[in-house]
Design a binder for this molecule. Structure first.
Ligand code: FAD
Length: 310
């Protein structure tokens, strides 16, 4: 039985494991793929004190840091079920896809999230070559250039406002007849001179030249006509999906499927904590996930010392 078992090996999970192990308590980390979204990232320029790094390099550094401590790393292990303790003092259980069950007095759930994909030709091919998902991360790479934002919900409109201050021109494409973002955001967006808003637009392809994005094609859903927009970047903003399907019914989730946490990273189950992109914490970023992971581990430690079995 672990004292702290972390599920997920992204920045939140790695940070939780280090903080727990540094308390001298038995710590395990089970992850489907150590590194998480960072493994899919190219340039990272907002990890404070590290002006520039790359995803795979940061993953290797995180893993090396975790290995400085006595942490049982179980990589390539997917959790498929949480079985909460039914009595105080009993361990929680995590069933893995391989059939094994892990027991722990406290858990830190940090299974992260994934960006919803458009699923059109060119999207996967030009990922990190003009196709981006995170305006806070990649916006500055498109300084002075032309970009599109796909999606007119709150995240899409916020992204378009944010990008309009950095890039040369923004085309926002919304699938529906109207944007769905809050009115105050829409009003702000409409006031910007370098933004064009297209509604009832269905993006059909992201085009490229010389290995980089050159534009996109969309169909006007009213007229049925196809159009091409020449640009250098496409930000897909049609939703961030938390990896919490496996927790449904066992723990309280928000309407978007995020694990509901308070400011101490407590969930609806005593002794079960959560951190990072899988939770309701606002703003999904590496530094934020690292901070949340450390908070969750400290809360788990606090729980353990307050609930030590005699
Ligand atoms: P994740 O990184 O998503 O890690 C989740 C972990 O859980 C993984 O190990 C995964 O394998 C595991 N897991 C999932 N389901 C299960 C399961 N059922 N059982 C076991 N393990 C499971 N942020 C920045 O701050 N700067 C950037 O420049 C930046 N660029 C980005 C570029 C891209 C392309 C993407 C996709 C994201 C970027 N982000 C960036 C966002 C950042 O990567 C995330 O905010 C951060 O990785 C979240 O950390 P996390 O630990 O919460 O989750």
């Amino acid at each position: 039985t672990f004292e702290v078992l972390v599920i997920g090996g992204g920045p939140a999970g790695a940070s939780a494991a280090i903080y727990a192990a540094r308390k001298g308590i038995s710590t395990g980390i089970a992850a489907e793929r150590f590194g998480g979204q960072v493994a899919d990232t190219m340039g990272i320029e907002n990890l404070i004190s590290v002006p520039y790094t790359e995803g795979p390099k940061l993953v290797a550094a995180m893993e090396q840091h975790v290995k400085e401590y006595d942490v049982d790393i179980m990589n390539m292990q997917r959790a498929e079920k949480l079985i909460p303790a039914n009595r105080k003092g009993q361990p929680h259980q995590i069933r893995l896809e391989n059939g094994a069950t892990l027991k722990a007095r406290t858990l830190v759930l940090s299974t992260g999230a994934r960006w919803r994909q458009l699923g059109v030709p060119g999207e996967a091919e030009y990922r990190n070559k003009g196709v981006a998902y995170c305006p806070h991360c990649d916006g500055p790479l498109f300084k002075g250039k032309r970009v599109a934002v796909i999606g007119g919900g709150n995240s899409g409109v916020e992204a378009a406002i944010d990008l309009a201050g950095i890039v040369g021109h923004v085309t926002l494409i919304e699938f529906g007849a109207e944007m769905r973002a809050d009115e105050v955001l829409q009003k702000k967006l409409r006031s910007l001179k370098n933004v064009e808003i297209i509604t009832s637009g269905q993006t059909t392809e992201i085009t490229g030249e010389n290995g980089k994005v050159s534009g996109l094609n969309y169909t006007d859903r009213n007229s049925g006509e196809s159009h091409h927009v020449a640009l250098e970047g496409v930000f897909v903003q049609i939703g961030l999906v938390p990896n919490t399907e496996w927790l449904k019914g066992d723990i309280e989730l928000s309407q978007h499927g995020e694990i509901i946490v308070n400011d101490r990273n407590e969930t609806s189950i005593p002794g079960v904590f959560a951190a990072g992109d899988a939770t309701t914490v606002p703003y999904k970023q590496i530094v934020i996930s690292m901070g949340e992971g450390s908070k969750a581990a400290l809360s788990a430690f606090d729980f353990l010392i307050r609930n030590s079995v005699e």
